[in-house]
Design a binder for this molecule. Structure first.
Ligand code: RIB
Ligand code: CA
Length: 312
């Protein structure tokens, strides 16, 4: 079966890092480019981190194209660097990235690739770039095979009680993207909170004796401390990797049709996703992830990350 052509729109971010490394080690997907956007850290840093991760993966051939430096309408205020480290990748020591930055804007690169052949966008960051794609390239939706998005939550957020970070950071962008005329599979916190890695998994990565294993274990350490503070345990939730897992192991994540909307005006609820799973929506092309098996997920992540260094 031909590999699925994908672009990963990302704000690395330590869980972005695991998602990107998982994708690059998985023949089921062909990573055509990484596009960066402001989110976990500013767009200068997310762009630099995307380049660093391609150096780490031994894939300097993959283009990195810079995208939006902030949300469409209102710049969200949030404490920078407390979740993913101040550099966004766990504050490890990194060489200056060798992988070049593309001169093309992220949105134009995505549009160009989509016009060449069917393209899947794996969106694991605020949706500013994807909303700009719609605005700058009207009708491009018909060239997008599917959007697999990590974002939103049905019941409890992770930035506020109501809002998940990627949607909260740019609610107007999320509202545009989630209402667009294209197939969407959304991985909300309800799903991603089933996809955690344990200290045993981190010890496994460290025990690989590889640069990837050592750095993944290292960058997840501050993330484990964040989880201990907020959730009372060190299990690290791999939000973004669930979007890649959906493409690498089709069917492993149970999904159902739903109507998706985003609150952009609420005082307490701005950035909340309103997910309507009632039966009337069962056949919609917009679907939400409902369930996955954690052990199967963690086993796949271990097996794929153990493949590094990849054969040349
Ligand atoms: O809410 C989880 C999302 O926010 C993930 O994409 C993570 O990287 C953070 O940006
Ligand atoms: Ca992310």
């Amino acid at each position: 079966m031909a590999a699925t052509r994908i672009v990963i729109d990302t704000d690395p971010g330590v869980d972005d890092a695991v998602a990107i490394l998982l994708a690059l080690a998985s023949p089921e997907v062909e990573v055509l480019a990484l596009t960066s956007v402001a989110g976990n850290v500013d767009v200068d840093q997310t762009t630099r981190n995307a380049r660093r991760l391609l150096d780490l993966a031994g894939r300097p051939d993959v283009p990195v194209a810079r995208g939006a430096a902030g949300p469409l309408v209102v710049a969200a205020t949030y404490e920078d660097g407390h979740v993913h480290g101040h550099d966004g990748l766990g504050d490890l020591t990194w060489e200056d990235p060798a992988t070049p930055e593309s001169p093309e804007h992220a949105v134009d690169l995505i549009a160009r690739l989509a016009r060449e052949a069917p393209l899947t966008i794996v969106a694991i960051a605020p949706l500013t770039n994807v909303a700009l794609l719609r605005a700058r390239h009207p009708g491009i939706e018909s060239r997008i095979e599917r959007l697999v998005i990590m974002g939103g939550a049905s019941f409890a957020g992770n930035v506020t009680a109501a809002a998940e970070f990627n949607v909260w950071f740019d609610p107007e962008a999320a509202a545009s993207v989630l209402s667009g005329p294209w197939p969407i599979t959304l991985m909300p916190l309800d799903l991603t909170h089933q996809a955690w890695l344990t200290d045993a998994d981190l010890a496994y990565f460290a025990g690989l004796g590889t640069e990837v294993g050592t750095r993944v274990a290292g960058m997840l350490e501050p993330y484990a401390s964040y989880h201990e503070r907020w959730y009372g345990n060190r299990d690290v939730i791999m939000h973004d990797a669930t979007a890649v897992y959906e493409l690498v192991v089709p069917g492993a994540i149970a999904t159902r049709g739903a109507h998706l909307a985003v609150e952009t005006a609420g005082t307490l609820t701005r950035g909340m996703t309103v997910i309507d799973r009632r039966a009337a929506h069962a056949e919609r092309p917009t679907r939400v992830g409902e369930h996955l098996d954690r052990l199967a997920f963690a086993t796949l992540v271990r097996e794929r990350l153990a493949r590094y260094p990849l054969a040349g």
